[in-house]
Design a protein around this ligand. Sequence first.
Ligand code: ADP
Ligand code: MG
Length: 244
Amino acid sequence: LANELRKLEKLRTVSELAASISHEVRNPLTVTKGFLQLLREPDLTDQDKLNYINTAMDALGKAESTITDYLTFAKPSLENIKILDLHKELLYVENFIDPYAAMNNVQIQVRLEEDIYIAGEDQKLHQCLINVVKNGIESMPQGGRLLIELRRIADNAMITVTDTGIGMNEEQLERLGSPFFTTKDIGTGLGTMVTYSIVKTMRGEIIVKSEIGKGTSFSILLPIAENSLSPTEDNLGNLSTPPL
Ligand code: ADP
Ligand code: MG
């Protein structure tokens, strides 16, 4: 298994990754199919039936999480770079994730500066932030509070997501962002990898601070769009050749 993991961590190209993602989805579907077939057998006890159904449901849950972490906002091929108002985008993300937070007894607080703009694809930005916020929520199994901050630091926008959850040790921090690294029973190990790759294409940077038992803060630095103090038609026009 260790060898298998090391191999997976070396995955580089997008196509290799896409192939392994489809494997991650197809596998649980095959399992589900198998157990549905078993359910056709006559003379099953109620306990057998229940076991088969539960196994199939777990497998479907796994396929569902893989798609959530990787493809929620995927819009095939079309690049769609715009000037994004980060205040607005972060409120969108907060609204999107709020039901999930509520379900996990997590209260989201926001502290957002206004008038900070970047150039990028809104859907990619949403996917990348939602994966981070989701991890923050999942790090607090007893519930708690999660803070989303936005501020300007020199020429960068800094988005920080802070939880008061279980935290990570050195080894976990080290492995963060490698494909399929997960410490969760039904984790995908794809969320942070997707986040890192999106931030990289946006020429940004990620800084993670974490302490076991205390919590984690995940900061994303993104270069502020030039001439974008207000998103005028002019600025949008200038972006017809994408700067990324
Ligand atoms: P998944 O959430 O499916 O496990 P991710 O790629 O999103 O996959 O995260 C990988 C791993 O990184 C998690 O399983 C967890 O161990 C660790 N991790 C990420 N974010 C946090 C966080 N905020 N607090 C604690 N651990 C985290
Ligand atoms: Mg995750």
